[in-house]
Design a protein around this ligand. Structure first.
Ligand code: SF4
Length: 354
């Protein structure tokens, strides 16, 4: 059992981040914010996929105006992603953002930050301080060696957090991202040691999904396994639904996905010379045919009796394939033997019973 780091609790609308709350999956919309209908559609898809927070970029005044309308049309708390403009931050807060993200690399003057804090206090809006290595490097520090860049990110975070604390604002979530796995792990460990605020984990600019899922799983997985991280976002050059699926998979693999959140953990054996059916094909068919479920389930698809009954013991449902047939297990107990063509219908029938 992974012991989570203790943090203060931060509220983003109805969603609690940190403390004993389940780790929150979030993602970002990737359609123009001013295209309200498409944006709302994408937010709703993300919610169905398991996002409990959705972030939307608001680079212009027209975007914050659209953001105000989007807030009214969705059920999930929205985060406004703000860079460069204190006015955008205040407009987003007034528009109903549950949380805003500020980048210390590009909103720096104390007066503006005080204006934002005052608006956030008035509207009960949380703020994420999102330090980004690329933004730090824009501060003409390109020649700073990698190790010192981590220290620089921490220094920037400390300076920024102090501004908020001096004005008695503590509804903060902290994040520090890099495209480098080791540096992201290092900086987040330092942040976890230094502050009591919840941490948003992410590896930035992680690349195409096939690359992003590996680097994100390594980086976020390492930190989560140490108990660090209260909300996660996987960045990938892909549909945000893909980001959400990767984020969910990371949490499921660590046994940290919200215990009450419906999800299916699919255990599939890798197959070997003993298998008498095409296991990958069978597992894909099982996955494709799974219905929507309302509770967490573990399903095992195994190729033979070497490990089949063992995995079945820990699964809600298991299939142990043999030549042209399969043994079906429920909660570790063998309940029937079916022909190959009956595997999927039988599985669906048993799922209904569960
Ligand atoms: S369960 Fe059987 S078929 Fe699958 S990998 Fe193990 S030994 Fe091979």
């Amino acid at each position: 059992m992974i012991k989570r780091r203790k943090t203060i609790a931060v509220r983003a609308g109805a969603v609690k981040i940190g403390s004993s709350s389940p780790i929150v999956v979030q993602s970002m919309t990737k359609v123009p914010t001013v295209d309200i209908a498409r944006c709302v559609r994408q937010v709703n898809h993300l919610v169905c996929a398991g996002c409990r927070l959705v972030r939307i970029a608001v680079p212009t005044r027209a975007d914050t105006a659209a953001f105000a309308k989007i807030v009214q049309k969705v059920t999930v708390p929205l985060i406004a992603d703000v860079h460069f403009s204190p006015n955008r931050a205040i407009e987003a807060i007034e528009a109903g953002a549950a949380k805003i993200r500020l980048n210390p690399g590009n909103i720096k003057d104390t007066k503006s930050i005080h204006r934002i804090i005052d608006a956030a206090k008035m509207h009960k809006t949380a703020i994420r301080i999102g330090v980004n290595e690329a933004s730090i490097r824009n501060l003409k520090t390109q020649d700073v060696p990698a190790k010192k860049r981590t220290a620089l990110m921490l220094k920037e975070m400390k300076k920024y957090v102090a501004l908020f604390e001096k004005r008695s604002f503590t509804q903060l979530v902290l994040s520090a991202k890099s495209s480098d796995c080791q540096r992201t792990i290092e900086i987040n460990r330092l942040i976890a040691q230094t502050f009591d605020y919840p941490i948003h984990l992410g590896l930035t600019h992680a690349g195409l999904p096939e690359d992003a899922q590996i680097s994100s799983a390594i980086t976020l997985g390492a930190l989560l396994a140490e108990g660090i991280g209260d909300t996660i976002r996987v960045s990938a050059a892909a549909d945000p639904l893909v980001e959400t699926q990767i984020a969910k998979q990371i949490l499921i693999a660590l046994g940290m996905y919200g215990p009450a959140e419906p999800h299916i953990e699919l255990i599939v054996c890798p197959s070997c010379a003993r298998a008498q059916v095409d296991i990958a094909r069978l597992a894909r068919r099982v996955k494709k045919n799974l219905p929507d479920i309302n509770k967490p389930l573990r399903i095992a698809v195994m190729g033979c009796i070497v490990n089949g009954p063992g995995e079945a013991a820990d699964a809600d449902l298991a299939i142990c394939a043999a030549k042209k047939k399969a043994y079906v297990y429920r909660k570790g107990r063998r309940i029937t033997i079916v022909s190959e063509s009956r595997i999927i219908p039988e599985l669906l029938k048993q799922l209904k019973n569960l």
